[in-house]
Design a protein around this ligand. Structure first.
Ligand SMILES: [Zn+2]
Ligand SMILES: [Zn+2]
Length: 217
Protein backbone atom coordinates (compact mmCIF):
# COMPACT_ATOMS: atom_id res chain seq x y z
CA UNK A 1 0.00 0.00 0.00
CA UNK A 2 0.94 3.65 -0.12
CA UNK A 3 1.40 5.39 3.23
CA UNK A 4 2.87 8.52 4.69
CA UNK A 5 6.17 7.64 6.32
CA UNK A 6 8.35 9.58 8.79
CA UNK A 7 12.05 9.97 8.00
CA UNK A 8 13.12 12.50 10.64
CA UNK A 9 12.23 16.02 11.80
CA UNK A 10 10.35 17.91 9.06
CA UNK A 11 10.68 15.03 6.61
CA UNK A 12 7.79 12.79 5.59
CA UNK A 13 7.19 11.04 2.28
CA UNK A 14 4.55 8.80 0.76
CA UNK A 15 6.16 5.39 0.33
CA UNK A 16 5.11 1.84 -0.40
CA UNK A 17 4.94 -0.44 2.63
CA UNK A 18 3.36 -3.82 3.35
CA UNK A 19 -0.42 -3.92 3.81
CA UNK A 20 -1.46 -4.36 7.46
CA UNK A 21 -2.78 -7.78 8.43
CA UNK A 22 -4.94 -9.20 11.20
CA UNK A 23 -2.65 -9.67 14.24
CA UNK A 24 -5.28 -10.39 16.89
CA UNK A 25 -8.63 -12.04 16.36
CA UNK A 26 -10.43 -8.84 17.46
CA UNK A 27 -8.75 -6.68 14.77
CA UNK A 28 -10.28 -5.38 11.57
CA UNK A 29 -8.44 -4.02 8.55
CA UNK A 30 -9.91 -0.84 7.07
CA UNK A 31 -9.50 0.64 3.65
CA UNK A 32 -9.11 4.29 4.63
CA UNK A 33 -11.66 6.59 3.00
CA UNK A 34 -10.86 9.92 4.73
CA UNK A 35 -7.95 10.89 6.96
CA UNK A 36 -7.44 14.13 8.87
CA UNK A 37 -4.20 16.01 9.51
CA UNK A 38 -4.20 17.18 13.12
CA UNK A 39 -2.37 20.05 14.82
CA UNK A 40 -0.91 17.29 17.00
CA UNK A 41 0.72 15.78 13.92
CA UNK A 42 2.97 18.84 13.82
CA UNK A 43 4.56 17.76 17.13
CA UNK A 44 5.46 14.46 15.48
CA UNK A 45 6.61 16.14 12.28
CA UNK A 46 8.86 18.51 14.22
CA UNK A 47 10.44 15.59 16.05
CA UNK A 48 9.13 16.68 19.46
CA UNK A 49 7.43 13.43 20.50
CA UNK A 50 9.80 10.89 22.11
CA UNK A 51 10.29 7.60 20.27
CA UNK A 52 8.83 8.67 16.92
CA UNK A 53 10.48 6.03 14.80
CA UNK A 54 11.70 6.28 11.22
CA UNK A 55 9.23 4.55 8.93
CA UNK A 56 6.14 5.05 11.08
CA UNK A 57 2.88 6.30 9.57
CA UNK A 58 0.97 9.19 11.18
CA UNK A 59 -2.79 9.71 11.22
CA UNK A 60 -5.15 9.30 14.17
CA UNK A 61 -8.32 10.75 12.59
CA UNK A 62 -9.86 8.57 9.91
CA UNK A 63 -12.86 6.82 8.45
CA UNK A 64 -12.70 3.57 6.54
CA UNK A 65 -14.47 0.56 5.09
CA UNK A 66 -13.91 -2.88 6.63
CA UNK A 67 -12.07 -5.15 4.19
CA UNK A 68 -11.26 -7.95 6.64
CA UNK A 69 -12.46 -8.82 10.15
CA UNK A 70 -10.77 -11.10 12.69
CA UNK A 71 -12.56 -14.21 13.94
CA UNK A 72 -13.68 -12.73 17.28
CA UNK A 73 -15.15 -9.51 15.88
CA UNK A 74 -18.92 -9.48 16.46
CA UNK A 75 -20.20 -6.03 15.48
CA UNK A 76 -18.45 -5.36 12.18
CA UNK A 77 -18.15 -7.15 8.89
CA UNK A 78 -16.70 -6.63 5.47
CA UNK A 79 -18.19 -3.57 3.77
CA UNK A 80 -19.19 -1.71 6.95
CA UNK A 81 -18.24 1.97 6.92
CA UNK A 82 -16.87 3.29 10.22
CA UNK A 83 -15.40 6.34 11.93
CA UNK A 84 -12.69 5.50 14.46
CA UNK A 85 -11.84 7.41 17.68
CA UNK A 86 -8.14 8.26 17.92
CA UNK A 87 -7.60 6.54 21.25
CA UNK A 88 -7.55 2.76 21.28
CA UNK A 89 -9.38 1.16 24.19
CA UNK A 90 -10.10 -2.40 25.29
CA UNK A 91 -13.58 -1.71 26.65
CA UNK A 92 -13.18 -3.87 29.74
CA UNK A 93 -10.31 -2.73 32.02
CA UNK A 94 -10.67 -0.66 35.24
CA UNK A 95 -10.63 2.63 33.31
CA UNK A 96 -12.67 1.57 30.28
CA UNK A 97 -15.43 0.18 32.50
CA UNK A 98 -15.70 3.63 34.14
CA UNK A 99 -15.91 5.50 30.84
CA UNK A 100 -12.29 6.69 31.01
CA UNK A 101 -11.29 4.96 27.81
CA UNK A 102 -8.41 7.38 27.08
CA UNK A 103 -6.67 5.85 30.12
CA UNK A 104 -7.13 2.23 28.97
CA UNK A 105 -4.59 -0.03 30.68
CA UNK A 106 -4.50 -2.68 27.99
CA UNK A 107 -3.69 -0.94 24.72
CA UNK A 108 -0.34 0.72 25.45
CA UNK A 109 2.19 -1.64 27.02
CA UNK A 110 4.97 0.88 26.27
CA UNK A 111 4.09 3.52 28.86
CA UNK A 112 1.56 4.77 31.44
CA UNK A 113 1.13 8.21 29.85
CA UNK A 114 -1.96 7.34 27.83
CA UNK A 115 -3.88 4.61 26.06
CA UNK A 116 -2.80 3.45 22.64
CA UNK A 117 -3.22 6.05 19.88
CA UNK A 118 -3.07 5.48 16.12
CA UNK A 119 -0.03 6.91 14.38
CA UNK A 120 1.40 8.67 17.40
CA UNK A 121 4.86 7.24 18.14
CA UNK A 122 5.87 4.26 20.23
CA UNK A 123 5.13 6.28 23.39
CA UNK A 124 1.45 5.63 22.66
CA UNK A 125 1.91 2.03 21.63
CA UNK A 126 3.56 2.19 18.22
CA UNK A 127 0.32 1.68 16.27
CA UNK A 128 0.42 2.55 12.58
CA UNK A 129 -1.79 5.49 11.60
CA UNK A 130 -4.46 6.17 9.04
CA UNK A 131 -2.62 8.45 6.61
CA UNK A 132 -2.37 5.36 4.46
CA UNK A 133 -4.49 3.25 2.15
CA UNK A 134 -5.13 0.63 4.84
CA UNK A 135 -4.93 0.54 8.63
CA UNK A 136 -5.25 -2.14 11.31
CA UNK A 137 -7.86 -1.37 13.99
CA UNK A 138 -7.54 -3.43 17.20
CA UNK A 139 -10.43 -4.04 19.65
CA UNK A 140 -12.71 -3.42 16.68
CA UNK A 141 -15.92 -4.02 18.64
CA UNK A 142 -15.05 -1.21 21.08
CA UNK A 143 -13.98 2.01 19.33
CA UNK A 144 -15.25 2.16 15.74
CA UNK A 145 -18.74 3.53 15.13
CA UNK A 146 -20.76 2.57 12.06
CA UNK A 147 -21.58 5.46 9.75
CA UNK A 148 -25.36 5.76 9.19
CA UNK A 149 -26.40 5.03 5.59
CA UNK A 150 -27.65 8.57 5.03
CA UNK A 151 -24.38 10.22 6.08
CA UNK A 152 -21.12 10.44 4.21
CA UNK A 153 -17.58 10.19 5.56
CA UNK A 154 -16.89 13.91 5.65
CA UNK A 155 -19.94 14.50 7.86
CA UNK A 156 -18.57 12.21 10.57
CA UNK A 157 -14.77 12.42 10.19
CA UNK A 158 -14.45 15.07 12.91
CA UNK A 159 -15.90 12.66 15.48
CA UNK A 160 -12.51 10.91 15.41
CA UNK A 161 -10.88 13.71 17.44
CA UNK A 162 -11.50 17.42 17.05
CA UNK A 163 -15.27 17.58 17.65
CA UNK A 164 -15.20 15.59 20.92
CA UNK A 165 -12.02 17.45 21.96
CA UNK A 166 -13.77 20.81 21.55
CA UNK A 167 -16.96 19.47 23.11
CA UNK A 168 -15.07 18.21 26.14
CA UNK A 169 -13.57 21.67 26.67
CA UNK A 170 -17.06 23.19 26.64
CA UNK A 171 -18.38 20.47 28.93
CA UNK A 172 -15.53 21.00 31.40
CA UNK A 173 -16.50 24.69 31.42
CA UNK A 174 -19.73 23.56 33.13
CA UNK A 175 -21.99 25.62 30.89
CA UNK A 176 -25.51 25.51 32.35
CA UNK A 177 -27.18 27.99 29.98
CA UNK A 178 -27.06 31.76 29.56
CA UNK A 179 -23.33 32.28 30.19
CA UNK A 180 -20.82 34.33 28.24
CA UNK A 181 -18.06 31.98 27.09
CA UNK A 182 -14.58 32.96 25.86
CA UNK A 183 -12.65 30.57 23.60
CA UNK A 184 -8.94 31.28 23.13
CA UNK A 185 -7.70 29.90 19.81
CA UNK A 186 -9.93 29.68 16.73
CA UNK A 187 -8.39 26.72 14.99
CA UNK A 188 -10.56 23.68 14.22
CA UNK A 189 -10.76 22.50 17.85
CA UNK A 190 -11.57 26.05 18.98
CA UNK A 191 -14.37 26.28 16.40
CA UNK A 192 -15.87 23.07 17.73
CA UNK A 193 -15.52 24.34 21.31
CA UNK A 194 -17.55 27.40 20.23
CA UNK A 195 -20.18 25.29 18.48
CA UNK A 196 -20.39 23.08 21.55
CA UNK A 197 -20.75 26.10 23.84
CA UNK A 198 -23.75 27.26 21.76
CA UNK A 199 -25.15 23.73 21.85
CA UNK A 200 -24.86 23.65 25.65
CA UNK A 201 -26.78 26.90 25.95
CA UNK A 202 -24.22 29.73 26.10
CA UNK A 203 -25.82 33.14 25.54
CA UNK A 204 -22.71 34.73 24.05
CA UNK A 205 -19.45 33.27 22.72
CA UNK A 206 -16.33 35.41 22.31
CA UNK A 207 -13.56 34.20 20.01
CA UNK A 208 -9.95 35.27 20.63
CA UNK A 209 -7.07 34.68 18.22
CA UNK A 210 -4.07 36.62 16.89
CA UNK A 211 -4.37 35.05 13.42
CA UNK A 212 -6.71 37.31 11.44
CA UNK A 213 -8.14 34.79 8.96
CA UNK A 214 -9.23 32.55 11.80
CA UNK A 215 -11.45 35.33 13.11
CA UNK A 216 -13.29 35.63 9.79
CA UNK A 217 -15.46 32.61 10.59
ZN1 LIG B 1 -6.01 14.86 16.28
ZN1 LIG C 1 -9.29 -0.64 28.67
Amino acid sequence: MRALSYFGPNKVKVVRKPDPRIEHSNDVILEVTRSGICGSDLHLLHGLVPDTRVGCTFGHEFTGTVVEAGQSVKNLRRGDRVVVPFNISCGSCFYCSRGLSANCENTNPNSDVASGVYGYSHITGGYEGGQAQYVRVPFADVGPMKIPDDMDEEEVLFLSDILPTGYQAAEMGEIKGGETVVVFGCGPVGLFAMKSAWLLGAARVLAVDHVDYRLEF
